[in-house]
Design a protein around this ligand. Structure first.
Ligand SMILES: [Zn+2]
Length: 390
């Protein structure tokens, strides 16, 4: 049960108020020593609020800073994420640092992208490559035995911390964590999507967590090894899918990397999908790009149609990330990417589209070449699964 423990009517909890003071202090600090002072306070408070299940208090503090103190907000967001994804524990008379990590993969398929339980042999193969190329020698680690979709990831900081605690106990014993996939929400089918293998690594306090922190390691060599050998181990989980693997990293950082990479990947996979499903060469496709607004610009959407037609056969949502807004060059990035894929008939609409979805199925509406929002429908003779492609 998630409730704010010390709720005061219409105000912030005492811990949330202290958190704001410390985050503002860290945002304005001019020295490493002052940083360390505020960080210790923030870490202690965030840890206590996570342990108490006080998700609302953490979010209230973040909201309050977001409104008027960008640096304080960044400082607090970093600290709360770090606190949620890591732990310090005592075991076997030693103190250990534990970090939750994720190994993201981007996949697309005309049929369905797997989720759910990972077989024992596939998990063992992943362990070998993570141990050899990604995690530090001598670390202990555990993997959860499920392939997670984005809508199955822990919902919030407190759930993240709860998963880290379960993984930490497994990591110290070097067992994998058994998760019942029935505990997780249903996965919606998409043409292209992300999946994550999640685990935790435990090392004696202060020692290297990752291979690239070691004197003979680097991120570049880890990336090269993982995208070849790790890719082969991951591909075994994704039969019938095209796959791109990203370097595993700390949970929040890996998820952010995956969110960023998923945007161009969804464009590339859509062009490849239309070529394979409709035999439509990229040079015969039309693409329309539009910004979709609620109170502010929320996202861009790209509608694809066939040569000489305006009916939308497929569409892609390109969410905004970080500080992107209507002044960023996102439409130009999308256009450049489409051109790299061989699409030349591209319309960038200047108008503001309303953030609309289909009343029946909830699918987003996409801009057509004439600037009308439209439902994507594959031509009748070609109706692959899933019915609605996003
Ligand atoms: Zn619909």
């Amino acid at each position: 049960m998630k409730r704010t423990r010390f709720s005061r009517r219409g105000g912030l909890t005492r811990d949330a108020e202290k958190l704001i003071v410390a985050a503002r202090g860290l945002g304005n600090s001019g020295s490493r020593l002052e940083d360390a002072f505020w960080e210790t306070q923030l870490f202690g408070l965030a840890d206590r609020m996570l342990a108490a299940g006080n998700e609302d208090g953490l979010n209230a503090a973040l909201d309050a800073l977001y409104r008027d103190d960008g640096r304080g907000y960044e400082a607090l967001a970093d600290m709360v994420e770090a606190s949620a994804e890591s732990l310090q524990v005592d075991e076997d008379g030693k103190q250990w640092d534990v970090l939750m990590f994720a190994a993201p993969a981007l996949a697309w398929s005309r049929f369905s992208i797997p989720a759910g339980t990972i077989s024992g042999s596939a998990l063992a193969a992943l362990r070998v490559h993570l141990g050899a190329h990604v995690l530090a020698a001598g670390s202990r680690f555990a993997l959860a035995n499920v392939l997670w979709s984005p809508d199955q990831l822990p919902n919030g900081f407190v759930e993240t911390r709860e998963l880290v605690q379960r993984l930490a106990a497994s990591a110290l014993k070097e067992h994998d964590l058994v998760v019942d996939p029935r505990e997780l929400p249903e996965t919606s089918p998409f043409l292209s999507d992300m999946r994550y293998v999640i685990g935790a690594v435990a090392v004696p306090r202060g020692e290297a967590l990752f291979r690239w922190q070691e004197t003979d390691g680097s991120r570049d060599s880890a990336t090269t090894a993982w995208t070849s050998q790790g890719h082969a181990a991951m591909q075994a989980l994704f039969s019938g899918c095209a796959l791109e693997v990203l370097l595993p990293d700390a949970f929040h950082s890996a998820c952010r990397q995956a969110d960023r990479r998923a945007r161009p990947y969804s464009i590339l996979s859509s062009v490849a999908f239309l070529e394979s499903a409709l035999e439509a060469k990229p040079s015969t496709l039309r693409a329309a790009i539009g910004g979709f607004w609620d109170k502010r610009l929320e996202e861009f959407r790209v509608g694809f149609s066939l040569a000489g037609e305006t009916a939308i056969v497929h569409g892609v949502v390109w969410p905004l990330l970080d500080a992107e807004d209507e002044n960023s060059d996102v439409p130009q990035q999308i256009e450049a990417l489409l051109r790299e894929c061989g699409v030349t008939d591209i319309t960038v609409h200047e108008q503001r589209f309303p953030l609309e979805y289909c009343d029946d199925c909830g699918a987003p509406l996409y801009p057509d070449p004439d600037g009308m929002p439209a439902h994507a429908e594959m031509p009748e003779e070609e109706q692959p699964q899933p019915r609605h492609l996003h």
